[in-house]
Design a protein around this ligand. Structure first.
Ligand SMILES: NC(=O)c1ccc[n+]([C@@H]2O[C@H](COP(=O)([O-])OP(=O)(O)OC[C@H]3O[C@@H](n4cnc5c(N)ncnc54)[C@H](OP(=O)(O)O)[C@@H]3O)[C@@H](O)[C@H]2O)c1
Length: 257
């Protein structure tokens, strides 16, 4: 008889977009669960701050300054990361941006930026990581993508984000099917409404903030730490047979009407 194994001991985890918000919370939880974490973002100072704070808590962390949306140098940047620190055992596709606009007022640039950063970049990085994980068979790997309940639920004034997130959901499935034979699992986490920095304005809006809370069966925003149970579970030995699944973490928001 033994307790379920949630340990990430000896694992190397790359979490994209992890200088703040959900990515940072996931990185801290992975570090505390035994993984060496790679903090990613576009700003060296912010990366350094996050790395230092994890190291000061007594855990190993490294930084990777790379704009995930830059596709031209994605392959070379990933190759030099692997050369420096090794092939990640866990990739978390966490980077996400949201330009809240209706289609009518979205420029072509708004649309392509959203699709490129939220979707194409994740496809490209997952391809690189999955191939590198597969090449060192039989150790396998884990790919976890942060989708959104907005991949299933559309709202006026926010047209392209749901398209990108539903596309990411497709990536979760494609990776699961193609790389499952190599022992690599692919799963999604679909967050609901988390009180991260990117949602501060909405959370503090005297009209829209209470509407969001009022629609949620738990009657509140989630704190960033509340994503970590799902993220650790999907990366851990406990989830060894979970593949192609998306775990919704939304307090029940998406099952009300
Ligand atoms: N918060 C929610 O309620 C919610 C709900 C549903 C889904 N999600 C999804 O969950 C993920 C995280 O959300 P969040 O609210 O924690 O986001 P956030 O607070 O905006 O943080 C985004 C992180 O990504 C980094 N980043 C942004 N663009 C980048 C790029 N091109 N290359 C590298 N790093 C980049 C930012 O760092 P730098 O600025 O330092 O580069 C930051 O660390 C996103 O995919 C989001 O769509 C969130």
């Amino acid at each position: 008889m033994h307790a379920p194994d949630f340990s990430l001991k000896n694992k190397l985890a790359l979490i994209t977009g992890s200088t703040q918000g959900l990515g940072y919370a996931i990185a801290c939880a992975y570090a505390a669960s035994g993984a060496t974490v790679i903090i990613n973002g576009r700003d060296a100072e912010r990366i350094n701050r996050a790395v230092t704070s994890i190291q000061n808590a007594g855990y190993p962390a490294q930084g990777w300054a790379q704009d995930i949306g830059h596709l031209d140098d994605q392959a070379s940047a990933f190759a030099s990361l692997v050369e420096q620190v090794g092939v990640p055992d866990i990739l978390v596709n966490n980077v996400g941006i949201r330009i809240r606009k209706s289609l009518a007022v979205s420029s072509f640039d708004d649309i392509t930026t959203m699709i490129q950063v939220n979707l194409v970049a994740a496809i490209g990085l997952s391809k690189l990581a999955a191939q590198a994980m597969a090449d060192r068979r039989p150790s396998g790997g884990r790919i976890i993508s942060l989708t959104s309940i907005a991949g299933q639920l559309a709202r006026p004034g926010d047209a392209v984000y749901p398209v990108a997130k539903l596309g990411l959901q497709g990536l979760v499935h494609s990776l699961a099917v193609e790389f499952g034979p190599y022992g690599i699992t692919s799963n999604g986490i679909a967050p609901g409404t988390f009180a991260t920095e990117s949602n501060r304005e909405l959370a503090n809006d005297p009209v829209k903030g209470p509407v969001v809370v009022g629609r949620n069966p738990l009657g509140r925003w989630a704190q960033p730490d509340e994503i970590t149970g799902a993220a650790v579970f999907l990366a851990s030995p406990c989830a060894s047979y979970v593949n192609g699944h998306t775990l919704v973490v939304d307090g029940g928001f998406s099952v009300t009407f």
